[in-house]
Design a protein around this ligand. Structure first.
Ligand code: GAR
Length: 214
């Protein structure tokens, strides 16, 4: 058991271009991460972290030459220690923005206290409807005719933070959870890239629950 995540020795060094640094945290296949990597202009993906050593997103990062860190719950004595470990791993890369792209855990206080207001999450439903781990399934089960994706600022709740941007798609009679999720992800990749690019290059303002991209 250790609280030391795997972090490369050169982590945290500023790149020559000095573009805003984005840390991406993933749990799964990382197609949203791939979109962020492929379309980075006004920002640089400076690190990719995961709570799963087998996350395909880590492989995508390595292929792109981006430093990675694995912070697995099972390597820590308890959830609080893991939260501290995740903060330490994120800190090591000194990000300006933290993006949760298919990260399937609730963020703990340490990361929120340090990076609150600069952490964004993407979710495959039109929040505040259908928060949680099964946004697509829950929307279908409810029988909605329109669903979509939401990019939000992360707060302490489950998908409750202020909404930055959303896109919608129709639910078709013949949809399965997989076909609908894939159609949502096409929108989601584009939306996430656009939001990160705008936040990195022009900034944003928050007034209560209202977020405005500059
Ligand atoms: C995305 O649809 C994202 O919104 C969702 O996981 C998918 C990741 O896709 N996240 C959540 O459901 C978080 N509650 P990817 O692994 O292909 O990038």
């Amino acid at each position: 058991m250790t609280e030391d995540p795997q972090v490369p020795a050169d982590a945290g060094t500023k790149g020559a271009a000095a573009l805003p640094r984005v840390a991406v945290i993933v749990s799964g296949s990382g197609t949203l991460l791939q979109a962020l990597l492929d379309n980075a202009q006004g920002y640089t993906i400076s690190s990719v972290l995961s709570d799963r050593a087998d996350a395909l997103g880590l492989e995508r990062a390595r292929k792109a030459g981006v430093p990675t860190a694995v912070v697995q719950l099972k390597d820590f004595p308890d959830r609080a220690a893991w939260d501290r470990g995740l903060l330490k791993a994120v800190d090591a890369f000194a990000p300006d923005l933290v993006v949760l792209a298919g990260f399937m855990r609730i963020l703990g206080e340490p990361l929120l206290n340090r990076y609150g207001g600069k952490i964004i999450n993407t979710h495959p439903a039109l929040l505040p409807a259908f928060p949680g781990a099964h946004g697509v399934r829950d929307a279908m089960a409810h029988g909605v005719k329109v669903t979509g994706c939401s990019v939000i600022l992360v707060d302490a709740g489950t998908d409750t933070g202020p909404i930055i941007a959303q896109r919608a798609t129709e639910v078709l009679d013949e949809d399965t959870e997989e076909t609908l999720h894939e159609r949502i992800k096409v929108l989601e990749r584009d939306l996430l890239v656009d939001v990160v690019e705008r936040m990195a290059t022009q900034g944003w303002t928050v007034d209560g629950r209202k977020v405005r991209l500059n």
